[in-house]
Write a protein that binds this ligand. Structure first.
Ligand SMILES: Cc1cc2nc3c(=O)[nH]c(=O)nc-3n(C[C@H](O)[C@H](O)[C@H](O)COP(=O)(O)OP(=O)(O)OC[C@H]3O[C@@H](n4cnc5c(N)ncnc54)[C@H](O)[C@@H]3O)c2cc1C
Length: 590
């Protein structure tokens, strides 16, 4: 339970100022469950098993981990093998519980309550570990080296060093996407790190103090007291709501003369705020913000930020407007870090938006390098591309055509290797793979040849989906990857993954990382039960550690201020209002 100190601290901090919205956010870490892992076509775990079995002369493999966020920390927590010398590189010597960052900006939660020192987290692990507080600025996959720069202000040449690796895990997250908008880097605030949250809070208070000075004109007062949030996604919406609560509940009594000057604007380039949510949630958020006098401007694209104005372009009319502001928060999604972009060029991934990893989290086009979390995206293998390989496997006698029933032996493997097949069957209400083949077969007497198989698989890849860049995904990938490292030797001998169609031989050592949607009915029943237990017993954060064995999407949550929240559970089941917070809380208490 040591690893969960952060929850206890956050829990205490929150209880001191207990609003349900805070409780439920803390528990998001609990969803950071696990999953199982597997192996790629060119057997990336080769090197891992060599280290584990000691057949490299007993010398331990050197494992370098870049980043101590959700992905990296969960990986380190769950790594149990002593087969490696582990070197961790990160510019922050602590883990940050990001869902609580917006609450740090208004002081509801203290910054120290949402961080956990990395040295504490890796203490007493079965592996040797060294931590370097530095940022990696170059990855050399040919010579297997990472180049790092200390964040300490040391003398010339003393703050740079190189580390070689046998195995590399990249968990460096992503940077804020500014879309190269002029002035954003210089004038806008971001909300990615604890420092950002503290800086943002100081800037808001500074505005109140400045606006209180007698020398400030009416016009200037209005400008200073105008707080603009750019980006109508969950973070932008949550911050606008938090800021409204902070200003109306705390600052209004401390600065009563400024109450009427306060203005909060939320700018969104698209047509809706919270576009990833159900329409009911968007409508509720809009109504709530209207009531709170938060000005929501959709279709407003920011084209420039200066020290005093933010220029927007109305997407419908093309009209440019310069809006005076006091503080602007930029929260418009994420982009690839420059060091990763440079690495991607070296490994043949130039031009991609996000680094591609396979279903076993191995970086495509690069041996012994894994990546997880926001810095990478799983490139799901297309079933249609492997139609010939599947046919060759099933057609054992090389007859050129087979019976529908001949696929039976491989159906489970097809479902596991290409999860989009099952999703397609569900979406089209087809009972099983056989039904899909029969549809393509036309004449029931006809055998299935490669053309019929291609026809059957022609639409299934439309069901390939991408995992969202969230803490839930990053932490479950970390747990999954660690589990693979832990059992690499065993699974190399006794593989547990699906059949390797491309090689027409053998199995992958591991199951691929899997995204699973919860059964909405079971899920709801479980939620209500857990909610009741929690309500009746007061049981809370101690339950957070319960892991899951594959990625389960637990839904998404948008705090809207005033202790109201909107939650969208799997199956598009939407809950809005005060009770939603309690329900969401139960998601992470499982
Ligand atoms: C304000 C906010 C609220 C959020 N709320 C939620 C939520 O409620 N639920 C949810 O699921 N997700 C939420 N997220 C998203 C979630 O935080 C991310 O998806 C998650 O942090 C991704 O994990 P990661 O390990 O990939 O990256 P991160 O957690 O960002 O970790 C990256 C790590 O890499 C380190 N690093 C950076 N550069 C370098 C370098 N050059 N060399 C070495 N190390 C480096 C960083 O210091 C950090 O330790 C939120 C994000 C924010 C910003």
């Amino acid at each position: 339970m040591k690893g969960f100190q952060i929850f206890r601290r956050a829990s205490t901090a929150i209880r001191n100022r207990a609003t349900p919205s805070k409780l439920l956010i803390v528990l998001t870490f609990g969803a950071a469950g696990g999953a199982f892992l597997a192996i790629s076509d060119d057997s990336p775990f080769r090197s891992l098993t060599a280290g584990e079995s000691g057949n490299d002369g007993g010398k331990k493999k050197k494992l370098v981990v870049l980043g101590t966020g959700w992905g990296g920390t969960t990986f380190l927590k769950n790594l149990k093998t002593s087969a490696y010398d582990v070197h961790v590189v990160s510019p922050h010597n602590y883990f940050t519980f990001t869902p609580l960052l917006p609450s740090v900006t208004n002081g509801t939660v203290e910054a120290r309550s949402i961080v956990e020192p990395i040295r504490n987290i890796v203490r007493n692990k079965p592996y040797n570990v060294e931590f370097k507080e530095a940022e990696c600025y170059r990855i050399d996959p040919v010579n297997k080296k990472v180049y790092c720069r200390s964040i300490q202000n040391l003398g010339h040449g003393e703050n740079e060093f190189a580390l070689d690796y046998d195995v590399l895990v990249i968990a460096m997250g992503a940077r804020v996407n500014t879309f190269n908008t002029p002035g954003v880097e210089e004038h806008a605030h971001f909300l990615k790190e604890v420092d950002d949250a503290q800086k943002l809070r100081r800037s808001i208070i500074d505005c109140y103090e400045r606006a209180s000075l007698p020398t400030i004109s009416e016009e200037e007062k209005k400008r200073i007291m105008h707080f603009v949030v750019v980006g109508g996604g969950p973070t932008g919406v949550e911050y606008a709501a938090e800021l409204h609560d902070f200003a109306s509940q705390d600052l209004a009594s401390l600065y009563p003369s400024l109450k009427d000057y306060l203005k909060i604007t939320l700018l969104e380039a698209g047509n809706h705020i919270l576009p990833m949510f159900h329409k009911k949630v968007t409508d509720f958020a809009n109504e709530k913000f209207q009531k709170d006098q938060i000005d929501v401007k959709t279709g407003s694209m920011v084209v420039k930020v200066s020290d005093k104005d933010i220029s927007t372009k109305n997407r419908a009319t093309g009209q440019i407007e310069a809006i005076p502001y006091g503080v602007v928060l930029w929260s418009t999604g994420i982009a690839t870090r420059p060091v990763i972009a440079e690495f991607m060029e070296k490994i043949g991934q130039a031009g991609r938006r996000v680094m591609a990893i396979d279903e076993w989290l191995k970086v495509q086009g690069c041996d012994d390098v894994y990546a997880l979390g926001d810095c990478a995206s799983i490139a799901q293998r297309k079933a249609l591309e492997d139609a010939a390989a599947i046919m060759k496997t099933v057609d054992k006698n090389n007859a050129g055509a087979v019976d529908v029933g001949d696929f039976k032996e491989f159906v489970k493997d097809i479902y596991e290797r290409y999860p989009q097949v099952r999703k397609y069957l569900e979406k089209n209400k087809l009972k099983n793979f056989e039904a899909l083949l029969r549809n393509a077969q036309g004449d029931s007497q006809k055998k299935i040849d490669i053309e019929a198989l291609k026809k059957a698989l022609s639409e299934v890849d439309s069901q390939v989906s991408f995992l969202p860049p969230t803490a839930q995904v990053a932490s479950q990938q970390g747990k999954y990857l660690a589990a693979c490292f832990n059992k690499a030797g065993r699974c190399e001998k006794k593989p547990e993954g699906p059949f390797r169609f491309q090689e027409n031989a053998g199995r992958y050592p591991f199951h691929p990382f899997r995204y699973t949607i919860e059964n909405p009915f079971l899920f709801t029943a479980l939620l209500l039960f857990t909610f009741l237990v929690i309500e009746l017993t007061g049981l809370s954060i101690c339950l957070v550690g319960a892991g899951v064995i594959s990625y389960k999407h637990s839904g998404q949550f948008a705090p809207l201020g005033g202790e109201q929240a909107a939650v969208q559970f799997p199956g598009d089941w939407v809950s809005i209002g005060h009770a939603s917070q309690g329900l969401w809380y139960t998601v992470y208490a499982r």
